[in-house]
Ligand binder design. Structure first.
Ligand code: ADE
Ligand code: ZN
Length: 336
């Protein structure tokens, strides 16, 4: 016999997902489906064996599998299917706006044309609000372990084709690839009127966070948790209210922190940092936005005020126009 639950779960608070790699939403089931679609042979016979490989020791061990799985992404339809599956799941998690990163170089090096990638993703984003109730913006992320000239060339190609991007980001292997490598890339993006975000302080030192701000003009820092190693930097980030897009389950999966119980998100919030919670690569790290919030809730407990602050920070840190931002903030206030 089943009975109705007397206290149904409240609807999740509206959030803006600001740290999401669309290639990191590729679930094992879809990897296998696309492999079959194209006759690609993978080193994993089935979904279970692929999923069991999702056991990482650090950022590089994840990146190796993340790039390897991209071998199944060949056509615009593949990119569209991946993007659609993400948006459907994100809507259920409470995501009302998503600023989605993609890695153009990771596909170009495999011989997939830029137009295929951009058209596939953008074709779904164009109707995401009507179809899923999620507004979207697209961010081209550049691979920091490749050289700046290649990144500049790809940026020029994106501009020349009028790709519907709002900004640029910087990702991939952080240590040894400091922000100072990409000063010209970010200057060109600024000149072209693009917004600028960058991964910094995930595995790399606190100094990379400061350099992303000072040398690249980054408006938002992806991760940033290593700022806690430098009190003066924390003071600055608080004073300037620099948005930090923190991804708890990613940090645990890649062993940037020992466990969800040791995750510093609440310490960051208490110290007045402008933090919000995001999912990074949900297919690889055990969860979407709602799973990240539930993990924090389970390990630390969140007050209603903390939940509302995290939701409001995500919306305030977005690149949405003021009217849409204010409307979402009003919804959060009404639901809190
Ligand atoms: N690319 C995809 N996910 C990433 C992460 N967490 N850090 C750096 N590069 C990435
Ligand atoms: Zn990331």
């Amino acid at each position: 016999m089943t009975t109705a639950h007397p206290h149904p779960e409240p609807a999740p608070l509206p959030h803006a997902e600001l740290h999401l790699h669309v290639e990191g939403t590729l679930e094992p089931e879809l990897v296998m489906e696309l492999a079959a679609r194209h006759g690609v042979t993978l080193p994993y016979p089935d979904v279970e064996s692929l999923r069991s490989a999702y056991d990482f020791t650090d950022l590089q061990s994840f990146l190796d599998l993340y790039y390897a799985n991209m071998a199944v992404l060949r056509t615009a339809e593949d990119f569209a299917d991946m993007t659609r599956a993400y948006l459907r799941r994100a809507a259920a998690a409470g995501v009302r706006h998503a600023e989605i990163m993609f890695d153009p170089q990771a596909h170009l090096v495999r011989g997939v044309p830029l137009e295929t990638v951009v058209d596939g993703i953008a074709s779904v984003l164009a109707t995401s609000e009507e179809e899923f109730g999620v507004s979207t913006l697209l961010i081209a992320a550049f691979l920091r372990d490749r050289d700046e000239d290649e990144a500049l060339d790809v940026l020029e190609r994106l501009l020349a084709m009028d790709a519907p991007i709002v900004g640029i980001g910087l990702d991939s292997a952080e240590v040894g690839n400091p922000p100072s490598k990409f000063v010209r890339l970010y200057a060109r993006a600024r000149e072209a009127g693009l917004r600028r975000v960058a991964h910094a302080g995930e595995e790399g030192p606190a100094s990379y966070v400061a350099d992303a701000l000072d040398l690249l003009g980054a408006e938002r820092i992806d991760h940033g948790i290593r700022c806690l190693d430098d009190d003066a930097l924390v003071e600055r980030l608080v004073a300037e209210q620099v948005p930090l897009t923190v991804c708890p389950l990613s940090n645990v999966a890649l062993r940037a922190v020992g466990s969800i119980h040791e995750h510093p998100l609440l310490e960051m919030l208490d110290r007045g940092l402008n933090v919000s919670v995001h999912s990074d690569d949900p297919a690889y790290f055990g969860g979407h936005l709602d799973d990240n919030l539930a993990a924090l809730e389970g390990a630390h407990g969140l007050t209603a005020e903390q939940r509302a602050t995290l939701a409001a920070n995500s919306v305030r840190s977005s690149f949405l126009p003021a009217d849409r931002r204010d409307a979402l903030l009003a919804e959060i206030a009404a639901a809190s």
